[in-house]
Design a protein around this ligand. Structure first.
Ligand code: 5GP
Ligand code: MN
Length: 347
């Protein structure tokens, strides 16, 4: 169970029956497994329920969802701007999934300022970004995909969830929990997973698509990042990896290739805070992860114009790579106490 409200579902359903033909599902740029899985899963359900539904992804993505070829009606905005924007403009209803920071939709932002269609927001990030009567926000769940599953049940649409849709939702859950490694304490999650498997989701296939399809170059870049680039600050229980544009170019970097790199330093005993700095064309992209009580979303909001979840957040810097790293390192003494707390050390 999640906090999805039956009454709101009921009023949405009643309104949809009268007013909705065209639906658009939107998620964030550089969509991860949860963004992809939750939106493609919901798209299957809506299509099976007879709506004309399409997912608009702001940017391209790696092929980490199984059976992507069997999914219909999805489009990448940066590749088909005209058609994608037409879908958004004409939609009677817009679903916004898996983001709480408007800058994460990039150029699509302008279409969300005054849309013709009503908005339904389904998300598990703190501080939802849009005011709408159809707000489904629960930060206790594993993933947006888990929340979408409960939404589908409460809308009375479970019979529209086929094997393809169930597989997509399970992809979102497995991606956002890193195979049930975190945000995976609630027993209800496993009931949802069992349901999805009964509906035809194949966890082996999902695992293969999510984790075992990387290129040789990407694995070598991980090796290089860990052996040559990781800096460990034992005193602050922190580790960082910073990759320059030249280094990224050497390994033929595409957005998404470093997914997961930031988690590795957390497997070192005593390390509770990990940061990955990537020098992209226009900015330094920062990924932050923590274990335990240290809130990386607050850290990012305070210093790197970002946000996210308690243990997984992102941000950015307009400084040079070395200056951004320096700023980060200089901040650590200020957080020494909080960082030491988790490990039981004295700060
Ligand atoms: P990642 O490190 O995988 O890019 O992002 C981890 C999480 O941090 C994402 O799921 C998202 O919630 C959040 N996040 C990443 N970048 C940003 C950002 O620039 N702003 C905000 N508010 N959240 C971000
Ligand atoms: Mn998510």
């Amino acid at each position: 169970m999640t906090n999805i409200d039956n009454k709101i579902c009921h009023s949405l359903l009643t309104w949809m029956k009268e007013n909705v033909k065209k639906v658009v599902i939107l998620t964030h740029a550089n969509p991860d497994g949860d963004a992809l899985g939750s939106s493609l899963g919901l798209n299957c359900v809506l299509q099976n329920a007879g709506f004309s539904s399409v997912v608009v992804f702001p940017t391209d993505f790696p092929p980490i969802v199984p059976d992507l070829n069997n999914h219909h009606n999805w489009i990448i905005y940066e590749q088909h701007e005209k058609k994608a924007s037409q879908y958004i403009i004409e939609a009677d209803l817009l679903f916004i999934l898996d983001f709480n920071d408007i800058k994460r939709v990039g150029k699509i932002k302008k279409y969300l300022e005054n849309p013709k269609g009503k908005i339904v927001l389904i998300d598990h990030h703190p501080q939802p970004l849009i005011e709408t009567p159809f707000l489904f926000s629960d930060t206790s769940v594993s993933s947006t995909a888990e929340l979408v599953y409960d939404f589908v049940l409460k809308m009375g649409w479970s019979h529209y969830l086929d094997a393809l849709g169930a597989g997509s939702l399970l992809t979102g859950i497995i991606a956002d929990t890193a195979s049930f490694n975190h945000n995976a304490r609630r027993p209800e999650l496993y009931r949802a997973v069992a349901d999805l498997i009964e509906m035809g989701a194949d966890p082996d296939k999902i695992h293969e698509a999510l984790f075992n399809t990387i290129s040789e170059e990407r694995l070598r870049m991980l090796g290089y990042s860990l052996s040559e680039k990781m800096e460990v600050f034992q005193e602050y229980h922190t580790a960082i990896i910073a990759l320059s544009r030249d280094e990224l170019r050497k390994y033929n970097f595409k957005m998404g290739d470093t997914e997961g790199f930031v988690n590795y330093p957390l497997s070192i005993k005593g390390i509770v805070f990990s940061a990955l700095f990537l020098e992209t064309e226009e900015k330094i992209k920062i990924s932050l992860r923590s274990k335990g009580h240290f809130a990386v979303n607050q850290f990012s909001a305070s210093h790197f114009n970002g946000g996210g979840h308690h243990n997984a957040a992102g941000g950015e810097s307009r400084l040079s790579l070395s200056e951004a790293v320096k700023q980060f390192i200089n901040l650590l003494p200020k957080y020494a106490k909080e960082l030491a707390c988790h490990t039981g050390d004295e700060a």
